[in-house]
Design a protein around this ligand. Structure first.
Ligand SMILES: Nc1nc2c(c(=O)[nH]1)N[C@H]1C(S)=C(S)[C@@H](COP(=O)(O)OP(=O)(O)OC[C@H]3O[C@@H](n4cnc5c(N)ncnc54)[C@H](O)[C@@H]3O)O[C@H]1N2
Ligand code: MOO
Length: 392
């Protein structure tokens, strides 16, 4: 069995190059910018007032001034600067030529067209042209666009940007016991939940998820499922990855030409994880146990989907102190479902007493996954350990 780190490296190496797509800004939030965006604007395009007040010449301070006109946002004042004169100005308006200061109106006494400056202290309240950015400035690619990024690109007068196309993820759950939520299960049947969780994770990573009809435990049904996924950029199967008589994923994938990278890793839960390339496209075979499927989805599928968009999305590990003693670990890296609480220097982490990989309720309740390396020796309360946060 290969390690989690080796498996992740192999999974990431399956990622094809991101595909560029031009999208209008209004659809660009959360997408990964692939090419630099070049500003078509200088901002502000002119020296602009930062306050509502009066544009004056510094050399006129100390005498009453006459207001000769007004400059408002969108309505510049075009007249020449004249000694002893001031221009009424509003925030965002171009500062008229020849004026070098704006006195905010709170520091001015106005009577008719005459103003007296009551407090000349403070800055010039002028935003110089190009203070924010300049025409030709580059917005660098390589990250997911945030709300402020979209605003900046809009201000740069860039109406559309080149982002990574959303990878299309086909999700194929298989098992004779599985029926969809809302169906009355027959004896021996349960509700299929993994496909929905994996679709949610795929969407969280910027993928376009398609849940295929649940496959039955027959080779023909699985073949039909694989065929239905032929247009997807990534096929993710769930279940049927282990050693049972009905675990047919490996067999059908091999028959369809799977170039297997690995099957089985030193990870708990998640041992039967499978990965490879099928018809030139990546395929992941997730284990069927619900918690195993979700943790493998987070640790392998999400970074793969990110890599397919040109992003490095490795989940950083944080430090916590153990709230209890723990026995020695087995020969697989263990991701234990755990609760977090505030601690003195670091958070306190307490793994749940049950780590059954079928118990979705515990996975849903967990704040974190406590990560223990394979063959970790016994640990005592207070030891510092690694964890991966799950909330937020
Ligand atoms: N003799 C052995 N048995 C098992 C081993 C092993 O090494 N030797 N590994 C165990 C481990 S670890 C896991 S994980 C599971 C994984 O098995 P499969 O990937 O073949 O998954 P299935 O057998 O199809 O299902 C396991 C379990 O999960 C439930 N399931 C499957 N799909 C869904 C779904 N879409 N929604 C909800 N629940 C699902 C299924 O009903 C089973 O209960 O194998 C162990 N066995
Ligand atoms: O590895 Mo299984 O995925 O422990 O439940």
């Amino acid at each position: 069995m290969i390690t989690v780190e080796e498996a992740l490296a192999q999974v990431l190496s399956l990622a094809p190059m991101p595909v560029p797509e031009l999208v209008p800004l209004d659809q660009a939030w959360g997408r990964v910018l692939l090419e630099p965006a070049i500003s078509r604007m200088t901002q502000p395009p002119f020296a602009a007032s930062a306050m509502d007040g009066y544009a004056i010449r510094s050399c006129d301070i100390g005498q009453p001034l006459t207001v000769i006109g007004e400059a408002a946002a969108g309505h510049p004042y075009a007249g020449p600067a004249v000694a002893g004169m001031a221009v009424r100005i509003l925030t965002g308006a171009p500062v008229p030529d020849g004026y070098d200061r704006v006195i905010m109106q709170e520091n001015v006494l106005r009577e008719g067209d005459l103003i007296t400056i009551t407090d000349p202290a403070g800055g010039n309240n002028i935003r110089p042209a190009g203070d924010d950015f300049r025409k030709g400035d580059q917005f660098a690619p390589g990250r997911r666009l945030r709300a402020a990024d979209i605003a900046l690109l809009a201000a740069m007068n860039i109406p559309a940007v080149t982002v990574s196309a959303r990878p299309r993820i086909a999700i194929l759950a298989g098992g004779d016991e599985l029926v969809s939520p809302g169906t009355a299960p027959d004896p021996g049947q349960i509700i299929s939940s993994n496909d929905l969780a994996i679709a949610a994770l795929a969407r969280q990573s910027g993928g376009e998820a398609q849940i295929l009809p649940i496959a039955r435990d027959t080779e023909d049904s699985l073949r039909a499922g694989f065929a239905a996924a032929k247009d997807a950029d990534l096929l993710v199967t769930i279940g049927g990855a282990s050693v049972g008589d009905h675990d047919l994923i490996g067999k059908v994938a091999a028959e369809r030409g799977l170039d297997l990278a690995f099957h089985k890793i030193a990870m708990r839960p998640g041992k039967p994880l499978m990965a490879g390339k099928l018809n030139g496209k990546p395929m992941l075979g997730l284990p069927g146990n619900p918690v195993s499927a979700i943790i493998c989805g987070m640790l392998f599928m999400q970074p793969l989907i990110a890599a397919m968009q040109g992003l490095d999305d490795s989940r950083p590990l944080l430090k916590a102190r153990l709230a209890q003693d723990l026995p020695a670990e087995g020969n697989r890296q263990h991701y234990l479902r755990a609760a977090l609480q505030d601690g003195d220097d670091l958070p306190l982490i307490r793994p749940f007493p049950s780590q059954d990989s079928a118990r979705l309720s515990l996975m849903a309740r967990a704040d974190a996954l406590l990560v223990r390396p394979a063959n970790d020796p016994p640990r005592v309360a207070g030891d510092i350990v690694d964890f991966m946060p799950l909330s937020g």
